[in-house]
Write a protein that binds this ligand. Structure first.
Ligand code: IPD
Length: 282
C-alpha cells in the first residue's frame, strides 16, 4: 500500500529544519527579544515562538490545505484545542522557550501529526544541537538518520530519570510535584535530570540516555511528536497513574520499559491539571 503520509513527514522534516534555522539565528540576539508571559510568570513566549509557528503553519497549509492544526501559540491566542479524527499537525514552535530565553542549549521544534487521534509521525529538531529526531508509526525512530533504541535497564535503582515541574507555581501544586520528586529520588535512582524541553526529554528516553521522563502540566504540543519517537524506539508511554497515555490530559510518563514505568507510577502524586481540551471558561 502506498505510504500515504510520507510526503507530509518529509515536509515536516524540511519545515522543522527551516524553523530551527530561524531559532538558531534568533538565539544570537535573544537578549533583545521581548519576553511575554502566558498562564503564569514562568510560562514564557517570545516573538520568535509566534513567528516560527506562523512559518510552520503557512508552509504546511500551502501543501496540505485541508489539514487541521493545534499550535501552542495559536491556542494561546484563543484557538480551540481539540484533537479530532482529521489529519492534524500538532506544533510546538519552540519547546523549551525558557531555555531559548536563557540560551540554555536544549531547544526543540516539535511537530507531531495525528490521524484518527493516533500519532502517525513525529519530528523533534533539537536545533541548537542540530539533532533531527524522527519517527513514523511502525517504522522505527531515528536521530540524524541513525536508529534509536531505548535503554535495556530493568533495575530502577540503576536508572536516570528526567522530570520537570510544569509551569504552575501555585503552592499546593508545587508541594505535590516536590513530594513526588522526593519519593522518586529516594527510591533511590541514579539521578534526576531535566532538559527543560518535554520533547527533548522524550528524545533522551528514546536515545537510551535516560530511562524515563515524567511530568504533570505539559501540553499536547509538547509531547505528541516525542510520544511516537519513544514508542518507535521500543519504549512505553503511560499516564502517570498507570493506564494508557491520554495526549490531552497534560500528564505523561515515558519509559524504557513497563517495569521502570510501573515503579515510578507508585511514587507519583497524579494530580489532574485542567485538560487541554477542556471547554473554555469566560
Ligand atoms: C515547556 C517545556 C518544559 C516543560 C513545560 C512545557 P514550552 O514547553 O516543555 O520542559 O516543563 O511543561 O510547557 O512552553 O517551552 O513550549
Amino acid at each position: 500500500m502506498a505510504d500515504v503520509w510520507q510526503s507530509a513527514m518529509d515536509h515536516a522534516v524540511a519545515v522543522a529544519r527551516k524553523a530551527g534555522q530561524v531559532v538558531r539565528e534568533a538565539v544570537q540576539s535573544v537578549h533583545k527579544e521581548a519576553v511575554m508571559v502566558k498562564s503564569s510568570s514562568v510560562d514564557l513566549v517570545t516573538q520568535t515562538d509566534q513567528k516560527v509557528e506562523k512559518l510552520i503553519i503557512q508552509s504546511v497549509k500551502e501543501k496540505f490545505p485541508k489539514h487541521s492544526f493545534i499550535g501552542e501559540e495559536s491556542v494561546a491566542a484563543g484557538e480551540v484545542c481539540t484533537l479530532t479524527d482529521s489529519p492534524t499537525w500538532i506544533i510546538d514552535p519552540i519547546d523549551g522557550t525558557t531555555n531559548f530565553v536563557h540560551t540554555y542549549p536544549y531547544v526543540g521544534v516539535s511537530i507531531g501529526f495525528s490521524v484518527n487521534k493516533q500519532v502517525e509521525f513525529g519530528v523533534v529538531y533539537s536545533c541548537l544541537q542540530d539533532q533531527m529526531f524522527t519517527a513514523r508509526r511502525g517504522k522505527g525512530a531515528f536521530c540524524n538518520g541513525e536508529p534509536l533504541q531505548v535503554s535495556n535497564q530493568q533495575d530502577i535503582h540503576q536508572a536516570l530519570i528526567a522530570a520537570e515541574f510544569g509551569s504552575n507555581r501555585d503552592v499546593q501544586t508545587v508541594e505535590k510535584i516536590f513530594s513526588s520528586l522526593k519519593k522518586v529520588v529516594s527510591i533511590p535512582v541514579h539521578g534526576v535530570r531535566g532538559a527543560g524541553s518535554a520533547a527533548i526529554n522524550m528524545c533522551l528516553v528514546a536515545s537510551g540516555c535516560v530511562e524515563a521522563y515524567y511530568e504533570i502540566g505539559i501540553h499536547v504540543w509538547d509531547i505528541a511528536a516525542g510520544s511516537l519517537i519513544v514508542s518507535e524506539a521500543g519504549g512505553v508511554l503511560m499516564d502517570v497513574a498507570g493506564g494508557p497515555l491520554d495526549l490531552m490530559s497534560r500528564r505523561v510518563l515515558a519509559a524504557n520499559n513497563q517495569k521502570v514505568a510501573e515503579r515510578l507510577v507508585k511514587e507519583i502524586d497524579a494530580f489532574r491539571p485542567i485538560r487541554d481540551d477542556a471547554p473554555l471558561t469566560e
